[in-house]
Design a protein around this ligand. Structure first.
Ligand code: GLV
Ligand code: MN
Ligand code: MN
Length: 415
């Protein structure tokens, strides 16, 4: 086998142009992107990606949960593929880079190999995972979760959005409920490039984050039931106001993350009040909870504290309460050899780097269960993500893609 070229660079300008073209689909007035999973806009972004891949001569296939694989053959096509990618769905106030960067960086790697005529021993597949964000359908990372055997296909396809539509029906409607079995075959390695979505690389002026793992996540749906009643006639001491209980829990859930500082975080991102009428006491409050910590033991303690806070408030305020855990995502540790390939690729190209634990969940976290996996992070402005102002520089994005290329070549083998 020939020596691996250590100084090969991707076409950063082409990568940037592809990101900007993808960001046109679902673009918002504030410069961001709103492309919910399995929506018409998600279909449009998938169609654009598939068209680009077919133009580049890649073989495209789609599995039954809508994951897209675009394959560049290897010298030995019986070898397990080296897979790289991310997602094209976004948050409602999403940016141009969260997800799309990982997909288009992997695609740029393939285009660069074509430009210079490098053949790899193993095939390379660029993947788009379905419903990574979890903003429309819970839980997140659904497509990679089914691929990795964490979720049953029927469970994933049965996930329901706020309008009662299922992921399966929506995928069929947009033409992306494919014919292929989900997963099952071996994967040689999995790599994912992503903006950091936090402030560390920028603060420390590092270009590359060598991602060693991610923190754990637990998601819940909570419902508090009180009694709807007249706002003018019901004395304060006779009320069972669900929102007052909810307000106490909003504070308690914030406080529990502060108790486990500095690494714990907690978020209530959705809160619905019913019947939502100015002069009726709220009879029902529903809200989501997102708890995270890199240590599974601390996350379990946070889970216990959260549950007892709900029970205590419900008892004191005579409210009914229910907690449904909709996602339990233990902290993954990435493969030392793949992490080493990322570190070495950054070193060979002379990029500054540091090891980092991902604060966000990623499809890579599920892939790590079934294949040697690692991630490459690049800085984003002010560490802001899940916001339309999300921003990253063309230079940093190209650097991360260069590192992705180096890591993929290290695993795919160069002929
Ligand atoms: C995915 O965006 C997450 O919630 O970490
Ligand atoms: Mn993402
Ligand atoms: Mn995201």
């Amino acid at each position: 086998m020939a020596a691996r070229p250590t100084n090969l660079r991707v076409n950063g300008e082409r990568l940037w142009q592809s990101l900007m073209a993808m960001a046109e689909i679902g673009k918002t007035p504030k410069g961001g992107v709103n492309r919910p999973a399995a929506s018409d806009l998600d279909r449009d972004s998938r169609d654009r990606f598939v068209a680009w891949c077919r133009d580049a001569g890649l073989a495209v296939r789609i599995d039954r949960v809508g994951n897209i694989f675009a394959r560049r053959g290897g010298r030995d096509d019986t070898l397990p593929p080296i897979v790289a990618g991310s997602h094209l769905d976004t948050q409602p106030t999403g940016g141009k880079y969260d997800g799309a960067y990982g997909v288009l960086a992997a695609f740029e790697v393939v285009r660069t190999l074509d430009d210079v005529g490098i053949e790899t021993l193993s095939p390379i597949e660029v993947v788009v995972w379905t419903n990574e964000e979890g903003g429309r359908f819970s839980p997140a990372c659904t497509g990679s979760g089914v691929f990795a055997g964490v979720f049953e296909l029927d469970y994933a396809r049965g996930r329901v959005d706020r309008d009662g539509k299922t992921l399966g029906a929506e995928l069929a409607r947009i033409g992306y409920a494919g014919p292929d079995q989900v997963g099952g075959g071996p994967v040689g390695a999995y790599f994912e490039a992503h903006i950091e979505q936090g402030p560390i690389l920028e603060m420390e002026r590092k270009t590359i984050g060598v991602v060693t793992g991610a923190q754990g996540v637990r998601w819940y749906d909570v419902v508090l039931d009180g009694q709807a009643a007249h706002a003018g006639t019901t004395p304060m001491n006779r009320r069972r106001d669900a929102l007052q209980g909810g307000a106490e829990l909003v504070m308690a859930i914030d406080a529990l993350a502060h108790r486990h500082a500095p690494q714990a975080v907690s978020t209530i991102g959705v809160l619905d009040v019913a019947p939502s009428s100015r002069n009726t006491i709220p009879g029902r409050v529903s809200f989501t909870v997102d708890l995270r910590h890199p240590d599974a033991g601390v996350l379990a303690a946070m889970d216990r504290e959260f549950r007892s806070a709900v029970a205590a408030v419900a008892e004191r305020r005579k409210l009914g309460s229910s907690i449904e855990e909709v996602w339990n995502f233990p902290p993954p540790v990435f493969d030392p050899a793949c992490v080493g390939a990322v570190r070495e690729a950054a070193r060979a190209l002379d990029f500054s780097s540091r090891e980092i634990v991902s604060g966000a969940a990623h499809d890579a976290c599920y892939m790590a269960r079934i294949a040697p996996t690692a991630m490459v992070f690049v800085p984003c402005a002010d560490g802001i993500s899940h916001n339309e102002i999300e921003s990253a520089t063309p230079v940093d994005l190209a650097a991360g893609c260069d590192v992705l290329l180096g890591a993929i070549l290290a695993r795919a083998g160069v002929l």
